[in-house]
Design a protein around this ligand. Structure first.
Ligand SMILES: *Cc1c(COP(=O)(O)O)cnc(C)c1O
Length: 396
């Protein structure tokens, strides 16, 4: 039996008719940039997360870059983040000209260790980016407490954790801003690239909205006025149409980006957003069966905190004999993945930052042991049983 790490074809099949319809609708409407599907999706996303502002962008990495820029972070600033995450969490910091400052993770949850943050704070530190890794929310109360004490922004990297909760509060509402990714393999994925910034902060939302479209037009002017303390009413241009012609578009107020969510992706995401809670529940059901079945084996199952609703973007096991287990599973036709083989402080590209092996023992330890097995809503019980039998065989 061949089982992929995630089955996007099965996901498509489950919604085929509706997805085809909305895609053709956008295609035939000839409204490809911004417009109704984008604004409606942003509204629906805000309602779902429980925030005031959702600003859709081209991908999750751009979401982080634009959010940091909106916070005014750049050259000479430092931003603290986890060393055990996808590269974009730190790349975004470098992309705005600031320096990523890495912190080790906790061995049990793989999330940034709040006890090790404060020693890294300097007078250049401007923000903390906690990453809700593999779908489990970071220790936000402790992180927010430190941020408040030192007057730092908190930007949640929630790219792997849509729908997750922390002490009854939704991921995305726990810091100053949060970023999501709609990369196809994420829990909520589109048919290409996509991302979202959310916030309850009106000023940050206004600046981020301006930055995603060249800092131009009405949004650019509003952001400019906010940044320069100018009290002035900004009016929409007569006859303005965002998608075809808007005379204000050719007036620029900030150096921004061109990073928008395509109307086609927005239409697809509107269909899929309705499924996300059901999908996350299915993931948790599979995980419960895995955890129960792997008890007593020579493999460590992931730990989920009681007060956190984990959405299992990945189901991460640990083994001392990882390479041979992966080889066994491959032979059985079961796809696996290693997340993450190199902690960010040891990436070649960050050599100049001066970190060395041994700096963050937990992340380094995990990087040699962790691996992911398939967990997705469309897994059949036959597939789940086959995976369980194969892991049991290999991890006796
Ligand atoms: C996927 C991901 C991103 C980047 O999202 P893209 O849409 O691929 O740019 C950032 N951070 C984390 C933790 C991710 O998993």
């Amino acid at each position: 039996m061949n089982i992929p790490l995630i089955d996007l074809k099965a996901q498509y099949k489950s919604l085929e008719k509706e997805l085809n319809e909305v895609t053709i609708d956008v295609l035939s409407s000839a409204n490809y940039i911004m417009g109704k599907n984008v604004s409606e999706f942003e509204k629906e996303f805000s309602d779902y997360i429980g925030v005031e502002h959702s600003i859709s962008v081209g991908n999750g990495t751009d979401a982080l870059v634009i959010a940091l820029k909106a916070m005014g972070i750049g050259e000479g600033d430092e931003v603290i983040t986890s060393t055990f995450t996808f590269f974009a969490s730190a790349e975004s910091i470098s992309a705005v000209g600031a320096t990523p400052v890495f912190v080790d993770v906790k061995k049990d949850t793989f999330n940034i260790d709040p006890d090790k943050i404060e020693e890294k704070i300097t007078d250049k530190t401007k923000a903390i980016i906690p990453v809700h890794i593999f779908g489990q929310c970071a220790d936000m109360d402790e992180i927010n407490k430190i941020a408040k004490k030192h007057n730092l922004y908190v930007l949640e990297d929630a790219c792997q954790a849509i729908g997750g909760e922390y002490k009854g509060r939704k991921v995305g509402t726990l810091g100053d801003m949060a970023c999501f990714s709609f990369f196809p393999t994420k829990n909520l994925g589109c048919a290409g690239d996509g991302g979202m910034i959310v916030t309850n902060n009106h000023k940050l939302a206004t600046i981020a909205t301006a930055l995603r479209t060249h800092g131009s037009g009405e949004n650019g002017q509003k952001a400019y006025n906010l940044l320069n303390d100018i009290q002035e009413e900004v009016k929409k241009a007569e006859g303005a149409n965002d998608t075809v012609y808007n005379p204000l578009k050719y007036y620029n107020y900030l150096i921004g980006f061109n990073s928008r969510l395509d109307a086609m992706q927005a239409a697809i995401l509107r269909v899929k957003l309705k499924e996300i809670d059901k999908w996350n529940n299915k993931r948790r059901e599979v995980v419960d069966i895995y955890n129960e079945s792997f008890k007593g084996l020579n493999v460590q199952t992931p730990i989920a905190r009681e007060d956190i609703k984990h959405v299992y973007h990945m189901y991460i096991l640990q083994s001392e004999e990882r390479e041979s287990v992966l080889e066994d599973l491959k032979e059985k036709g079961i796809a696996t993945g290693v997340y993450y083989p190199v902690p960010l402080h040891l990436q070649k590209v960050y050599k100049n930052l001066g970190y060395k092996e041994g700096d963050f023992p937990n992340a380094e330890y995990l990087s040699h042991r962790t691996f992911a097995i398939p967990v997705y809503p469309e897994l059949t019980s036959e597939q789940v049983n086959y995976i369980i039998d194969s892991v049991k065989n290999s991890c006796k």
